[in-house]
Design a protein around this ligand. Structure first.
Ligand SMILES: Cc1cc2nc3c(=O)[nH]c(=O)nc-3n(C[C@H](O)[C@H](O)[C@H](O)COP(=O)(O)OP(=O)(O)OC[C@H]3O[C@@H](n4cnc5c(N)ncnc54)[C@H](O)[C@@H]3O)c2cc1C
Length: 412
């Protein structure tokens, strides 16, 4: 395999993981991001066994586990106490699997440190505005700076609002307010559970343990589902009214909501659903959220981004030619992306909707089915990102979490 010059636009999970993988293959990689200093935005996320397989292949799974919280179960109860979601990783056959709740900064720091250690060039303060083909290569354009290139390949990892692809998809009516808070030492929460409480599908509050990032104590992410159009009214009503709503839905969360003393502590995350119809172009590949974006209801976006990064590296390794790599990446990843985009679009309204019908279907159809064989197993596969066997196609192996914790996983 020859050495190629590759520009990666965007330093989220997709961009950082691709940079590492491609630099390790011997390519000359340049990373660009608009942030003035390297930093992540946001609160917690769940790494699934699918994404952890990529981190393990990068030699970063054990370090991720020391920063995150190992999750064994997702538990969702209605306000009346009835269980409507109980998904357990222990239902998966094969090696012991779990989820990993982790602060976004914990994942970012891990990948960013590995990128820096590898000596990969990172150009901060570069706002990408476009790219164009030139004979034998592709250029990147920036706001207020000279073009860079030509590159043998440009990787678009710029996320949902990428300027390198035409707009597509739709904004979703619901988003959520997110805040990171200290883990309450003597509180009622279980360190190994992502828990949620619902009022039909109109209201949802959740607690995700996110472990301990360097320099911080143990933390959790608290999230509150909210229609985007209701956000201004939510601000007007004030925090007392919100705290009452949280306490009414899940009384144990009241002390957490009390810790929010300024609305600015809560980040309003707006969700969208979009799948780029043409993710592979001439020496340009869109990966991660720039290819496919969905609500985080199934907790897959960062994991899909990591799998895309691996798929791209595999495409270059197998095909060798950067001009062919975009199409081959789509061949390796397209089926799994389509499956999860469909599943997320289907399941999201069951948890975020003002209509009564989706919550009825969730409570009366899916909840009972998920307690029976094979519902329990399918639910675990779906949650873990492993439905559709994405790892086999990519030559990746499942992480055995017991071996990982013992520090015996290898590095590719
Ligand atoms: C509230 C919330 C909760 C979530 N929870 C989960 C979860 O539990 N599990 C999960 O797997 N996923 C979750 N996701 C989804 C996940 O965060 C995304 O799928 C993932 O971050 C996508 O990674 P990415 O690298 O493709 O893009 P991003 O993480 O969006 O990174 C894009 C990068 O590009 C940079 N950039 C953007 N535009 C420009 C530009 N014009 N010029 C230069 N740089 C630019 C940005 O600064 C950023 O560094 C959640 C998302 C949200 C909003």
């Amino acid at each position: 395999m020859g050495q190629h010059t590759i520009a990666i636009a965007g330093c989220g999970p997709a961009g950082l993981a691709s940079a590492l993988l491609l630099a390790r293959q011997g390519h000359r990689v340049s990373l660009f991001d608009r942030f003035p200093e390297p930093r992540p935005l946001g609160s917690g996320l769940m790494l699934q066994p699918s994404g952890m397989a990529v981190l393990a292949a990068l030699g970063l799974a054990e370090a991720a586990m020391t920063r995150g919280a190992l999750i064994e179960r997702l538990l969702g109860l209605c306000v009346n106490g009835r269980t409507v979601l109980d998904a357990r990783y222990s239902e998966l056959s094969g090696p012991r699997s779990m989820g990993l709740g982790i602060h976004r900064a914990g994942l970012f720091d891990l990948l960013h440190a590995a990128v820096a250690e590898h000596g990969i060039e990172l150009h901060a303060g570069h706002e990408v505005v476009g790219s164009h083909s030139v004979p034998g290569g592709r250029m990147l354009r920036f706001a207020g700076q000279a073009d860079a290139g030509p590159f043998d390949l440009v990787v678009d990892a710029l996320g949902l609002h990428t300027p390198l692809a035409p707009p597509c998809g739709r904004a979703l009516p619901f988003g959520a307010l997110w805040v990171t808070l200290p883990w309450p030492e003597h509180g009622p929460f279980d360190r190994q559970r992502l828990e949620q409480r619902y009022r039909a599908a109109r209201e949802m509050v959740g607690v995700l343990p996110t472990g301990q990032r360097p320099g911080h104590g143990e933390e959790l992410a608290l999230f509150w589902s909210l229609r985007c159009e209701d956000y201004p009214a939510w601000l007007d009503r004030g925090l007392d009214s919100w705290r009452d709503e949280v306490a009414a839905l899940w009384p144990e969360c009241a002390p957490l909501a009390e810790q929010v003393t300024d609305p600015a502590q809560l980040t309003m995350a707006r969700y969208a659903h979009r799948t780029l119809p043409v993710p592979a172009q001439d020496r340009l590949i869109h990966i991660g959220d720039s290819w496919h974006t969905a609500s985080p209801q199934l907790g897959q976006g960062a994991n899909m981004a990591l799998l895309d990064a691996w798929g791209l590296a595999e495409a270059l390794r197998l095909g060798g030619d950067p001009a062919l790599a975009p199409a081959l990446t789509v061949q390796l990843r397209g089926w799994h992306v389509a499956l999860y985009q469909w599943a997320t679009a289907f399941f999201t309204p069951l948890y975020q909707s003002n209509a009564a019908f989706p919550a009825h279907v969730r409570d009366r159809v899916f909840a009972p089915l998920s307690r029976l064989w094979p519902g329990k197993q399918v639910q675990a596969l779906l949650m873990s990102g492993l439905l559709g066997a994405p790892l086999r196609r990519l030559g990746l192996e499942r992480v055995d979490y017991l071996l990982s914790r013992a520090g015996t996983l290898g590095r590719r």
